[in-house]
Design a protein around this ligand. Structure first.
Ligand code: AHR
Length: 335
């Protein structure tokens, strides 16, 4: 038996024990009838199926890269599925990973609801699922082991707190929401409103989804400008990509983004820092996409059965960055 095969067998034994502990004592049989019972790839590396939302913008690109790099560094085989912004694609990919009998699954869910059935399938096969970046709303939270991601509710709060400080609590705001039903959209919507709730001078005059995309952010902002014109004092965008799209629309309308209209958004991607250095974006609240290392550290523990003190939610801390100091920070940004 080769060293890698031995490692694979030892790994499988530890994993089986830990999964029996995690999900009960049913055995990991090939219920999908594919004939593939083990997730090991034959080269001794544990196999992880990663189901990504899609490739909607700069943040997502950095997120995918971080997961790929961390998988390689930690010695896993990563099978990647791009959901292409459709939940049905993500569900199919999850089912397929279950049928393949992978050792573990990482899911970045496009939207919050609708995962119960497919996660049940993974549970029945004793395949642990780690939820990454966005959250799921399921009836039984034993369907996944842990959630790792940013505190997107707090990001909405931080954006609102910054705005109150900046405007003295008086502003007419248009909001560019993210993908409908996605947890960061829901949380950034609620977090922002919970903070401005006691600020009668802050009024949201329009709110619409730009689907976390630059092109859609521009399109929706053009419509806002057409309808509300000079009334608009602030853009609150649920991500930087939509803010950059809005900046283009504002410029096309002959206005100065950052001065005529204040923009606050979320993510902290490089293009947002560049826009801040140019004076066109006023503030970005960080949402760190470099989640791969944390995900694989957790997956290692999960597969080793070491989950005794693993929290159900593991939140990454966010910082607020402003245009006044962006040039001092941009050099050290990693995404
Ligand atoms: O789920 C995180 C969000 O998804 C990021 O804020 C956004 O840029 C991405 O599309």
């Amino acid at each position: 038996m080769s060293l890698t095969t031995r490692r694979s067998c030892r790994f499988a034994a530890v994993a089986t024990l830990s999964l029996m502990f995690l999900f009960g004592c049913s055995s990991k049989t090939d219920t999908a009838g594919t004939g593939e019972g083990s997730g090991a790839d034959g080269a001794g590396k544990p196999v992880i199926g990663f189901v990504q939302t899609g490739s909607e913008g700069d943040w997502r690109k950095a997120h995918t890269e971080s997961v790929r790099e961390a998988a390689e560094a930690a010695g896993y085989e990563l099978r990647f599925a791009d959901g292409q912004a459709k939940q049905e694609n993500q569900i199919k990919a999850l089912s397929s990973f279950v049928a393949q009998g992978v050792d573990g699954i990482i899911l970045a869910p496009l939207v919050e609801t609708g995962w119960d059935n497919v996660l049940e399938k993974a549970k029945k096969r004793n395949i642990p699922v780690l939820i990454l970046d966005r959250q799921v709303d399921v009836k039984d939270d034993s369907l996944y082991v842990t959630y790792i991601g940013a505190d997107t509710y707090n990001e909405g709060r931080l954006a609102a707190e910054w705005l109150i400080e900046k405007t003295g609590g008086k502003a007419k705001v248009v909001e560019l929401q993210g993908t409908p039903g996605a947890s960061p959209t829901i949380n950034r919507f609620n977090g922002f409103r919970d903070v401005i709730g006691d600020q009668p001078g802050i009024e949201i005059i329009a709110s619409q989804s730009g689907d976390f995309r630059r092109s859609k952010g521009k399109e929706v902002m053009e419509a806002f400008l057409k309808k509300h014109g000079d009334e608009i004092e602030v853009v609150y965008a649920h991500n930087d990509d939509m803010a950059i799209g809005a900046i283009q629309a504002i410029e096309d309308a002959g206005k100065k983004p950052g001065d005529d209209i204040i923009l606050v958004s979320i993510d902290g991607v490089r293009s947002a820092f560049e826009a801040m250095v140019e004076g066109k974006l006023n503030c970005t609240v960080e949402c760190n996409p470099l989640q791969g290392p944390m995900a694989f550290e957790a997956m290692g523990k999960i597969l080793a059965g070491d989950i005794g003190d693993m929290p159900k939610k593991q939140m990454i801390k966010d910082e607020v960055y402003e245009r006044e100091t962006a040039k001092d920070v941009i050099g050290s940004r990693k995404y």
